[in-house]
Design a protein around this ligand. Structure first.
Ligand SMILES: NC(=O)C1=CN([C@@H]2O[C@H](COP(=O)(O)OP(=O)(O)OC[C@H]3O[C@@H](n4cnc5c(N)ncnc54)[C@H](OP(=O)(O)O)[C@@H]3O)[C@@H](O)[C@H]2O)C=CC1
Ligand SMILES: Nc1nc2c(ncn2[C@@H]2O[C@H](COP(=O)(O)O)[C@@H](O)[C@H]2O)c(=O)[nH]1
Length: 327
């Protein structure tokens, strides 16, 4: 593959501004039948989202995907969200009990608006079978399938009925797949996104490796409809991870969904645990992301996200941070 690059290697090129204020730029995005305030979704991980955050996000008009690691709560979660007039967006795996769960939702006529099939290696018969099962049982549900890292995988999952695919194997902050298996899109996630998005006929969600808000705009430029983010969302007051104090500073725990901490055993471990700096309220980050995206849209010379998709770019030889810290 020619032109292999990652987020740090790219700078987008400004085009003539057409708005008088960044506040005139609209960073909202449509996914399925709904429009959301931002093209950003917090990762469906246990230290990133819980029912309280999911409810807050849905009420405020942001997309969310609830994780699948407390499977017994999912049915009542869908009921609770619908009782409040909010969208229900949940995750499933591919084991036999997950088939029964989907059947149970259908039998109770509980139709989540979104279901994400959340598997490490999504280019598999297991995921294709689950897509078909959901589409048969819950035809109205928007199905996001992943994770994948190749155009072949995107096409196969789309052909099986997926409404969107999620791209990213190994670029995550707490991911050790790349180290333990030698496989993945770590180190070239942005190029992999471009490769996959060119083959896609439906929305692509870029998942993992976002380290700055500018990386969201870069993902949009290279074909993402939406971006899934873990580490940047891990350090908030509301984040479900444990809060610890070290040398007078507060940190929040962030662990991988395939880590020993999540699994409760040391088997097929492909994730680790780390601590990220505490950074205040979730809404403050969402607001800053919105402002930074509005600014990105203005630099793109337009007034909505689509303008970012058409800007030129350069591959820079050195890191854009040039040895500096981000903040
Ligand atoms: N985006 C990424 O880069 C990655 C994400 N993750 C996250 O970790 C969590 C756990 O993922 P996962 O282990 O898939 O989920 P599960 O533990 O639910 O495994 C799902 C099923 O797929 C099988 N399976 C898992 N990996 C493979 C593989 N490489 N080849 C063949 N079969 C496989 C498992 O069997 P068995 O366990 O017996 O093999 C199991 O039957 C998810 O939330 C996932 O998103 C994990 C790694 C990479
Ligand atoms: N290889 C692994 N990847 C994982 C694991 N748990 C989650 N993930 C992926 O990471 C992203 C978040 O990435 P970030 O760079 O924004 O922090 C998440 O959405 C998953 O796709 C894991 O244990 N191993």
């Amino acid at each position: 593959m020619e032109n292999v690059f990652d987020y740090e290697d790219i700078q987008l090129i400004p085009a003539k501004c057409v708005v008088n204020s960044r506040s005139a730029c609209d960073p909202s995005v449509k996914l399925g039948n709904h429009t959301f305030k931002l093209p950003v979704v917090p990762a469906n991980m246990q230290t990133i989202i819980d029912e309280t955050i999911a409810t807050q996000l849905a009420q405020e008009g942001y997309f969310y995907v609830m994780h699948r690691f407390e499977p017994e709560t999912r049915l009542s979660f869908v009921e609770k969200m619908h009782a409040q007039g909010l969208i229900a967006s949940i995750s499933v795996g591919v084991k036999p009990e997950e088939y029964e769960f989907v059947q149970m939702l259908a039998a109770k006529e509980l139709v989540p608006e979104y279901i994400t099939i959340d598997i490490a290696h999504g280019h598999s018969t297991a995921v294709i079978d689950m897509i078909q099962h959901i589409k048969q049982q819950l035809p109205e549900t928007f199905v996001i399938a992943g994770n994948v890292g190749t155009p072949e995988a995107v096409r196969e999952l789309e052909n099986a009925g997926a409404d969107a695919t999620k791209v990213g194997i190994g670029p995550g902050k707490v991911c050790i797949t790349k180290i333990k298996t030698g496989f993945g899109t770590g180190g070239w996630q942005l190029a992999a996104l471009r490769w996959c998005a060119k083959a896609a006929s439906k929305p692509v969600i870029a998942d993992g490796g976002i380290r700055t808000h500018g990386d969201i705009a870069k993902s949009i430029r290279f074909g993402a409809t939406m971006v899934m983010i873990g580490s940047l969302f891990a350090g908030h007051e509301e984040s479900p991870g444990e809060t610890v104090e070290r040398d007078g500073k507060l940190y929040k725990e962030y662990f991988g969904s395939a880590s020993e901490f999540q699994k409760g055993e040391k088997k097929n471990v492909e994730g680790k645990k780390m601590y990220v700096e505490h950074k205040g309220a979730l809404q403050d980050t969402l607001t800053e992301m919105e402002q930074d995206l509005q600014s990105a849209i203005s630099y793109a010379g337009g007034s909505d996200l689509d303008s970012i998709r058409h800007v030129d770019y350069v591959i820079v030889k050195n890191s854009i941070f040039n040895g500096d810290k981000v903040y």
